[in-house]
Design a protein. Structure first.
Length: 159
C-alpha cells in the first residue's frame, strides 16, 4: 500500500510518499477499496496551509489527507455482505484517501450507477453532502418549498 502523508504545513515539500508493507485486516462491516480517483476539496487545501484548526487540534502530523474517493472493492469481510469484490464505489471518510487503497466501513460507501464513471464520481460525496447539509439542516427546505436561482449577469447564454 502507498500513502501520501502531509509532513509540513505551508511548504513546497509538504508531502512524502510512504510504502506501507503490512496490510491491515478488515473488521466486520468493512471493505477494502483500491482507490482509482480522489477528490481534493477546499478543506484539503486549508489543511495543507495549516489553517484548519479542527485537524491541527485532533490529528498530528504526519497526516494522510483526503475525504472522498472512488474505486473498486478488492476485499469484503463476509459472503453475506451487500457489497461484492469488483464493484465500483465512491466513498466519504474523515481522512486517509491520499492512498492507493483504503479500508472503510460499508456505511461510508455508495455503489456507482453504470451511467457514471469512477472519474465522474470521485468528487461527488463532499459536494453532495455539503449541498444536502446546507439545504436540509441550515435552510431546512420542506416538500412544499421552492427554490429560485437567478443567473448572475454576464454568466451563461445570452451574455
Amino acid at each position: 500500500m502507498q500513502k501520501i502523508f502531509l509532513y509540513k504545513y505551508r511548504s513546497k515539500n509538504s508531502y512524502k510518499y510512504i510504502d506501507i508493507i503490512e496490510r491491515e485486516k478488515l473488521s466486520v462491516d468493512q471493505v477494502r477499496v483500491d482507490i482509482k480517483y480522489i477528490g481534493i476539496s477546499f478543506t484539503d487545501l486549508i489543511i495543507k496551509k495549516g489553517l484548519y484548526k479542527y485537524q491541527k487540534d485532533n490529528y498530528s502530523l504526519p497526516f494522510c489527507q483526503g475525504f472522498e474517493f472512488s474505486g473498486i472493492i478488492s476485499e469484503v469481510t463476509s459472503s453475506e455482505h451487500e457489497y461484492k469484490v469488483g464493484e465500483e464505489v465512491c466513498g466519504l471518510v474523515k481522512f486517509g484517501c491520499f492512498a492507493n487503497e483504503i479500508i472503510v466501513n460499508k456505511n461510508n460507501i455508495f455503489k456507482i450507477p453504470k451511467t457514471y464513471s469512477l472519474k465522474d464520481v470521485a468528487a461527488f460525496p463532499v459536494n453532495f453532502f455539503t449541498a444536502y447539509h446546507a439545504l436540509c439542516n441550515i435552510v431546512k427546505i420542506k416538500k412544499e418549498s421552492t427554490t429560485l436561482w437567478q443567473r448572475p449577469q454576464g454568466m451563461g447564454p445570452g451574455s
